[in-house]
Design a protein around this ligand. Structure first.
Ligand SMILES: C[S@@+](CC[C@H](N)C(=O)[O-])C[C@H]1O[C@@H](n2cnc3c(N)ncnc32)[C@H](O)[C@@H]1O
Length: 351
């Protein structure tokens, strides 16, 4: 069976790796780089494994994937593909359904609403032809949610498997930091840093503690340290960690990330994952550069040799220059989506 997994754009390979680790027999079919989508092949009934995955936003059983083009004629083809796919058989007796339309790419003569409407019509027709009555469409709390997406000239049809509420909105977010990371991106930062158990993992500008909470879920025997200079955010991070039931696994400090070695001791940290301020949502670009130029040397001092730090930033060239001057090697750079921005993710390594 084929499954479509959605994830943070820019982290498709991370999700591919997690899928092969978590889902027995899973095989990667395609990575849609930059689109936040991967397609895997796996045995039926993988829901319990999907629930454990930390990098995905949603998952659907993929029933059809066909080229339909950009013109309005695509809508007729979409109806035909939907009727033939058997998707209507996933709607239990007397249950309502909803179609969630999505369109990625440019240049289409139709909208995602058109796609959803035509798929909904075809589902009702196929259901009526087989069972003699039309199922109800209900957008709020439907029994079954159908995925209908256009990705350039491709049409994909599927059935959502683990609830369609975007999976990155974990239940533990009781304190809403104004520049919080998606937990799926926090997971990606940790994986790209190469973090592991029995090591010290630090988020030196932890805000609401997303990275620390994800680290506590991932690594049972790691020392996890959460630092922020703002007492309100540290209090919020404790609230989030407590809602996630991992507060006793994390050390929290109100401290300045420009003096980390004084708090934790030189050479004491193996892995760092963090999103320092960008100067867009918080502060100004100039104040952020001043902050980075004091933070990076302190980061170098506090890290152990061989340690790795993954950081997301909009000031990639500036941060990379500082990191090289401090003695770090730039091990990896890529673009990832953070909210409505494409930002750089850098992995620094201390030789
Ligand atoms: C973008 S936010 C981090 C959000 C966090 N990852 C989350 O998911 O909630 C950046 C954080 O850096 C903190 N910060 C800024 N300057 C700092 C400094 N010198 N030392 C420690 N923390 C600092 C801010 O208080 C803010 O909470």
């Amino acid at each position: 069976m084929r499954y479509l997994l959605t994830c943070n754009p820019g982290l498709e390979d991370v999700t591919g790796r997690e899928a092969s680790e978590e889902i027995p027999g899973a095989r990667l079919i395609e990575e849609r780089r930059g689109r936040g989508r991967i397609i895997i092949e796996a045995p039926p009934h993988v829901e319990e494994h999907l629930y454990r995955m930390r990098s995905i936003h949603s998952a659907a059983l993929l029933l059809a994937e066909e080229t339909v083009g950009y013109t309005r004629q695509a809508l007729e083809l979409i109806e035909e593909i939907t009727r033939e796919s058997g998707v209507h058989r996933f709607i239990p007796w007397s249950s309502a359904f909803a179609v969630r339309g999505e369109r990625i790419g440019e240049g289409h003569e139709y909208t995602s609403v058109d796609v959803a409407r035509h798929v909904g019509k075809a589902v009702q027709e196929a259901y009526e032809a087989e069972y003699g009555l039309k199922p109800e469409v209900r957008l709020e709390s439907p029994g079954v949610s159908i995925l209908a997406e256009i990705d350039d000239d491709l049409f994909r049809l599927g059935v959502y498997l683990i609830g369609e509420r975007s999976w990155h909105r974990r239940g533990y977010r009781v304190y809403d930091h104004p520049a919080a990371l998606k937990p799926s991106l926090a997971y990606g930062l940790l994986r790209l840093a190469g973090a592991r158990d029995n090591a010290t993992i630090l988020d030196p500008m932890c805000g609401g503690g997303t990275v620390a909470v994800e680290a506590a879920y991932l690594y049972e025997d790691a020392r996890i340290v959460c630092v922020d200079k703002n007492p309100r955010h540290v209090k919020g991070a404790i609230m989030n960690a407590s809602a996630a039931r991992v507060e006793d696994r994390i050390e929290f400090y109100v401290w300045d990330a420009r003096r980390l070695e004084e708090l934790l001791g030189p050479g004491s940290v193996d892995y760092v994952a963090s999103n320092p301020p960008y100067g867009i949502r918080l502060g100004s670009p100039r104040s952020v550069r001043t902050l980075y130029s004091d933070f990076i040397p302190s980061l170098y001092k506090v890290m152990a040799s061989g340690g790795r730090a993954s950081l997301v930033t909009t000031e990639s060239a500036y941060l990379a220059g500082l990191a090289r001057r401090a003695g770090f090697r730039i091990a990896h750079v890529r673009k990832v989506r953070h909210g409505d921005l494409w930002v750089s993710l850098l992995v620094l390594e201390k030789p």
